[in-house]
Design a protein around this ligand. Structure first.
Ligand code: HEM
Length: 441
């Protein structure tokens, strides 16, 4: 293989997925046994270890996929191979820095970016290098860009801006004004997620257009409508994340309407694509097809939940409960992770044409993954409803009593979590092995 950096990114991504799900499993065990590993990694550290590592999975996998598609599938030489290598090395060194920062308790950052803020500088440098390489490569070699090039380019540019914006709180004039501070913080997180969604959804459209061998799928009106909707959502969709902040209700309703429509359109694009695919293509790209089908199903399920809890009266009761966690994990596993696993299966098939894709074992594992995720997700929803009930509708019940009443639910969550972890580990190991083989080919 001529350009190995893409594969390095993908192997790093799958390793982050492996590590990340174990941190998640340990965090869920700490719900049941609060003293488990408490001396070394208590829950308040285990959670950022988990969240940062699984977010890295999403970002590294999307990045590796884009590098691979451009160089290996499209056959476009990168503007600079050296920049892509430096990009990879910077991200790996920063990952080590983040873990050291967590282990040594240097967690001055906030929420999803809890590591020491100085580490954001190398991350931004990495994104800049990626941006330079991406635009210099594509501008010179591609005319009349299909939508996925717009989506990836937009994702990179906005990622740089919103990652910086998520650190505006370091500037005293932001930090000292409570409402401004909270608004900018949640706005930046919403848009940060919107930026990686651009990379991931662009990847989904790329896969669909390549499998169907139909470039129109990536140049038609629907996909460009979807792109502009996604862009609007990226810029304004954050407003429905800020229910606690006093703002004009219509702003939230518009933001909420846009994000729901974005999902409906994506679900429609995937559904129409699935229906139009020949039996031969479905078989040839069996795992890619199945994972995109799963993404479609999870979009549908998440729309229902999001529709419900975006209603202000309901949101009031769900805020700060496991229902929000169900929404975050339902989308990052059910939508992002499924699309990215589809992408890695596609890449492995391209890099190793002899890879056994129709294996019954892989298919069975796919159904275990979806089944476990479904129960994992519903258990979280149930825990959320019980906690909300305790918060708003019961009197004289202590927090510890409520936690005790959730004990069985937490055990169920842990057991479904084990099932989910096993299925993910199986996919990750099979894919890492195949990618290592591809490196040698
Ligand atoms: C690809 C796999 C996964 C992804 C992408 C993922 C993503 C996330 C995200 C984004 C959050 C933050 C939730 C929020 O703040 O609203 C979270 C929290 C969490 N996840 Fe995961 N997760 C994954 C797998 C798992 C697994 C397998 C388990 C357990 C077996 C798990 C257990 C947890 C726990 C316990 C929390 C903390 C919830 C809390 O704050 O109480 N996760 N995960």
């Amino acid at each position: 293989m001529k350009n190995k950096t893409a594969i390095y990114f993908l192997i790093a991504a799958l390793s982050a997925l492996l590590l990340g799900v174990f941190f998640g499993l340990f965090a869920s065990l700490q719900y049941i046994l609060p003293d488990f590993l408490k001396e070394y990694i208590p829950f308040n550290k285990m959670r950022p270890f988990h969240v940062t590592t699984v977010i890295s999975w999403i970002i590294l996998c999307a990045t590796g996929s884009i590098y691979f598609f451009i160089t290996q599938v499209e056959g476009i030489p990168l503007f600079s191979k050296k920049l892509s290598k430096i990009h990879f090395v910077i991200f790996m060194l920063t990952a080590i820095g983040i873990y050291i920062s967590f282990l040594t308790g240097k967690m001055e950052g906030r929420e999803y970016l809890a590591y020491t803020p100085i580490l954001t500088i190398p991350i931004l440098i990495g994104w800049f290098l990626f941006g330079i390489n991406y635009f210099k490569t594509i501008r010179k070699n591609v005319k009349n860009w299909p939508v996925y090039y717009w989506m990836w380019g937009t994702g990179i540019v906005f990622m740089i801006y919103h990652l910086s914006e998520a650190h505006f709180w370091l500037i005293p004039s932001f930090r000292e004004h409570f409402i401004r501070d909270i608004s900018v913080q949640w706005k930046s997180y919403g848009s940060f997620v919107g930026s990686w969604n651009m990379l991931v959804y662009g990847t989904a459209i790329y896969l669909m257009s390549k499998i169907k061998k139909d470039i129109y799928l990536a140049r038609g009106k629907t996909v460009f409508f979807f792109y502009f909707l996604g862009l609007t959502n990226l810029m304004f969709g954050w407003a429905h994340h800020t229910y606690i902040i006093p703002s004009q209700p219509w702003i939230r309703y518009v933001a909420y309407g846009i994000s729901m429509t974005e999902w409906v359109v994506l679900a429609h694009i995937i559904y129409t694509w699935m229906k139009s695919l020949s039996a031969e293509d479905k078989k040839k790209y069996c795992m890619v097809f199945l994972f995109l089908k799963a993404a479609d199903f999870w979009i549908f399920l998440n729309i229902i939940i999001a529709l419900l809890f975006s209603i202000p009266a309901i949101n009031f009761f769900t805020h700060g409960t496991h229902i929000t966690v169900a929404h975050s994990m339902g989308t990052t596993i059910g939508i992002n992770t499924t699309i990215l696993l589809a992408s890695v299966f596609f890449i492995v098939q391209k890099a190793l044409p002899k890879f056994e894709i129709t294996s019954v074992f892989l298919k069975r594992n796919y159904y275990v993954f979806n089944g476990m995720l479904f129960f994992f997700f519903t258990t979280l929803l149930y825990a959320g409803v019980k906690r909300s009930n305790w918060m708003y509708f019961t009197k004289d019940v202590l927090f510890s009593e409520m936690q005790e009443s959730l004990f069985t639910t937490y055990i169920a969550f842990f057991i479904f979590g084990i099932g989910l972890v096993i299925s993910i580990v199986i996919f990750a190991i099979i894919l890492i092995k195949a990618l290592l083989k591809a490196l040698k080919s």
